[in-house]
Write a protein that binds this ligand. Structure first.
Ligand SMILES: CC(C)(COP(=O)(O)OP(=O)(O)OC[C@H]1O[C@@H](n2cnc3c(N)ncnc32)[C@H](O)[C@@H]1OP(=O)(O)O)[C@@H](O)C(=O)NCCC(=O)NCCS
Length: 167
């Protein structure tokens, strides 16, 4: 399988009043949608084929985003398995007048590349060069392991509930 460097995908948005919650700051679900979309572009660009979100991990909303702010979303594939990828997404809010920037959110999204039949298919091996890329790879590996562990527990519990005798 070929080896590849992952590129950073960036997107910009303006936060409008209809993006806000009842407190006047950006609604988290709206921000998650933007992050997921930017992450999807990073994953499919890296894989060279469509990729779907399998799960979302470790979403930290560090600072609120205000109406009127510009938001810069940056996504990059930081870990790959056989068919799956972990995409790290960071959001930076910028005040349009002062240009002051604040790092507001970080999250990890798990994506899976799909072939023409919608089945998981292999992705290129990831080239890691810098110390930061190696560190991010290690963090993402923990994120990925947790996702699989969590999925296994949920499936096991579901199976037990389905097999439990009716009362
Ligand atoms: C994600 C999906 C393709 C996985 O299918 P699956 O049959 O469970 O896949 P497999 O068990 O063969 O695993 C394939 C890969 O997905 C990974 N994976 C599966 N579920 C995962 C999860 N919840 N979190 C992270 N990775 C996951 C596996 O670890 C494996 O990775 P690897 O090949 O790198 O080792 C499938 O569940 C799906 O299509 N889900 C819906 C996706 C979607 O519609 N997303 C948008 C939601 S709005």
């Amino acid at each position: 399988m070929e080896k590849k460097k992952a590129e950073v995908i960036q997107s910009w948005e303006i936060v409008f009043p209809n993006d806000a919650n009842q407190l006047g700051t950006m609604f988290g679900g709206r921000l998650m949608a933007i992050m997921d979309k930017t992450a999807a572009i990073a994953a499919s660009q890296y894989a060279g084929r469509p990729a779907v979100t399998a799960s979302t991990e470790a979403m930290d909303f560090i600072h609120p985003v205000k109406v009127g702010d510009r938001i810069l979303t940056q996504a990059r594939v930081v870990w790959v398995g056989r068919t799956s990828m972990v995409v790290k997404v960071d959001v930076i809010a910028e005040n349009p007048i002062t240009h002051k920037r604040v790092h507001t959110t970080t999250a990890y999204f798990n994506f899976v590349a799909l072939d023409r039949d919608g089945k998981p298919c292999e992705v290129p091996r990831l080239i890691l060069e810098t110390a930061e890329e190696h560190q991010e790879y290690q963090i993402a590996e923990i994120v990925k392991k947790k996702a699989i562990e969590r999925k296994r527990h949920i499936l096991e519990a579901k199976e037990q509930q389905n097999n439990a005798p009716e009362k």
